[in-house]
Design a protein around this ligand. Structure first.
Ligand code: URP
Ligand code: ZN
Ligand code: ZN
Ligand code: ZN
Length: 487
């Protein structure tokens, strides 16, 4: 009965050891030596790790006058091919402003297409009584316990400080976690106009108009608002030292603030925007932009030191033709880059192979830490009996060059084109099924992925509200008769 992954080295976030992993149905049944089952999956010479979880994607997202080209089918298959067995996509309210109809919309798009499991973050792009009320249903009935706030994209997705404060307070009440895209949207818009007026219309203007200070200020502001509202906070796509420093400082003060660098920011730098080929540079336009090597070093150090917890992709893939919407004006180039398929291999190659990360830290930042933050650990992100059998046989003996011609993503380029990676998934298993086998012509299995409901964070919100109530400012009781006469 069942399957056994045999002969590999199991790596979890805390340790590595030689063991076989036996799977029954969709779950891990047993981990130990000399296990047997009907079907044997060879892991000799390889690591056996929990499937990757990418907590930040935008599949088929309507954005900046177009729709991200990666579909739920191509995106989840690309994920599987790269060793990622779950992703969390951002659900954006549409014209009617309703969170619940946005969820219906995302379900309709994703349901029959997904090849691996998914979940959603809900975006708060406005503030009113209906949104306040719907948030409760989103958390308690629809299984979404994270709400994203954009501090940039003025005139579109951006929310103001008072709206964030109100929404963060609502998150605290519901046991949900607020997320922020931290960039000062007002100043970005001013700087965009300044550079356009100076005749800078190309993709380099994108980088100039979004300097690290603009991100650092917003990160600090979001942290202050989260503290005032009494909630933990998760900062997406942390790209620079200024934002990282804000997170470190908050954590030293005892705040639960999490930071998510992207594989793109860890491995690509700002010189990409100065390329003479417009299309080359435009393909790399995303927010925040790629930064200098010094910022990159800081992000790597944060992953090793624990001040940054997870590595994501922010996979938002637009074709060359879509990027050309901004040929005369960098502010209209759709923002976003890909990475779903490359995240694990690039992080291994540039991180573990160089000694910047241990294999255990690699597992923590690609899977286990994310599962804990999303409140789905150890169903996901762990190799233990009873967990979902989302398992990757990770082969450090397969090296390959990244090429658009062999990728599973449907867009027509790859921002990592020509780079060599030194590890690949030999097998990717999603709830016990092999969904990817390297070199064996695996095909997408649309519709087999499932939506993962996530519960509110009962213990974290209880602890924080208890601490806050013990330490809240209190009224000083005075005897009015003590006021000196004649005042
Ligand atoms: O440029 C980016 N990051 N595009 C996707 C939307 C977002 O800001 O996360
Ligand atoms: Zn963002
Ligand atoms: Zn994003
Ligand atoms: Zn080649």
């Amino acid at each position: 009965m069942g399957k056994v992954i045999k002969g590999g080295t199991v790596v979890t976030a805390d340790r590595q050891f030689k063991a076989d992993v036996r799977i029954e149905g969709e779950k891990i049944a047993e981990i130990g030596e000399n296990l047997s089952a009907d079907e044997v999956i060879d892991a000799e010479g390889a690591y056996v790790i929990p499937g990757g979880i990418d907590p930040h994607t935008h599949l088929e997202m309507p954005f900046m006058g177009t729709t991200a080209a990666e579909t739920f089918e191509s995106g989840t298959f690309a994920a599987a091919a790269g060793g990622t067995t779950m992703l969390v996509d951002f659900c954006l309210p549409g014209e009617d402003g309703s969170l619940l109809s946005a969820l219906d919309d995302w379900d309709r798009k994703s349901k029959d297409q997904i090849c691996v499991d998914i979940s959603y973050h809900m975006a708060i792009t406005d503030w009113n009584e209906r949104i306040f009320n719907e948030m409760e249903t989103v958390v308690n009935e629809r299984g979404v316990n994270t709400f994203k706030h954009f501090m940039a994209y003025k005139g579109a997705l951006m929310v103001e400080d008072d709206e964030m404060y109100a929404s963060f307070k609502r998150c605290a009440e519901l046991g949900a976690l607020p997320l922020v895209h931290a960039e000062n949207g007002d100043i970005v818009q001013e700087l965009q106009q300044k550079y356009l007026a100076e005749g800078i219309t190309g993709p380099e203007g994108h980088a100039y108009s979004r300097p690290p200070e603009v991100e650092g200020e917003a990160a600090n502001r979001a942290i202050m608002i989260a503290d005032a509202a009494g909630t933990p906070l998760y900062i997406v796509h942390v790209s620079c030292e200024q934002a990282h420093e804000a997170i470190r400082r908050a954590r030293q003060k005892g705040m639960r603030v999490y930071g998510e660098p992207l594989i793109q920011h860890l491995t690509l730098d700002e010189s990409e925007y100065f390329n003479k080929d417009w299309q080359y540079a435009a393909r790399r336009v995303m927010s925040p932009p790629f930064r200098s090597k010094e910022h990159q070093d800081g992000l790597w150090n944060g992953l090793a030191a624990g001040s940054l917890q997870v590595v994501a992709t922010d996979h938002a893939a637009f074709t060359d033709e879509q990027k050309r919407m901004g040929l005369d004006n960098f502010t209209t180039i759709p923002n976003g880059t890909g990475g779903l398929e490359e995240r694990m291999a690039m992080l291994w190659t540039k991180g573990v192979e160089t000694g910047r990360l241990t294999p255990e830290e690699f597992v923590a930042v690609t899977s286990s830490n994310i599962a804990k933050i999303l409140n789905i650990y150890p169903m996901k992100g762990a190799l233990v009996p009873g967990a979902d059998a989302d398992v990757v046989v990770w082969d450090p003996g397969i090296s390959k060059e990244i090429h658009v011609s062999t990728q599973k993503s449907i867009i027509d380029y790859n921002v990592f084109e020509g780079m060599e990676v030194t590890a690949q998934p030999r097998y990717t298993l999603s709830r016990g099924d092999v969904v990817w086998a390297y070199g064996q012509n695996s095909q997408p299995q649309p519709g087999r992925g499932r939506f993962v409901k996530r519960k509110p964070y009962a213990s974290a919100s209880k602890a924080l509200s208890k601490w806050k109530s013990l330490n809240t400012p209190r009224k000083i009781e005075r005897n009015p008769l003590n006021i000196p006469s004649g005042v």
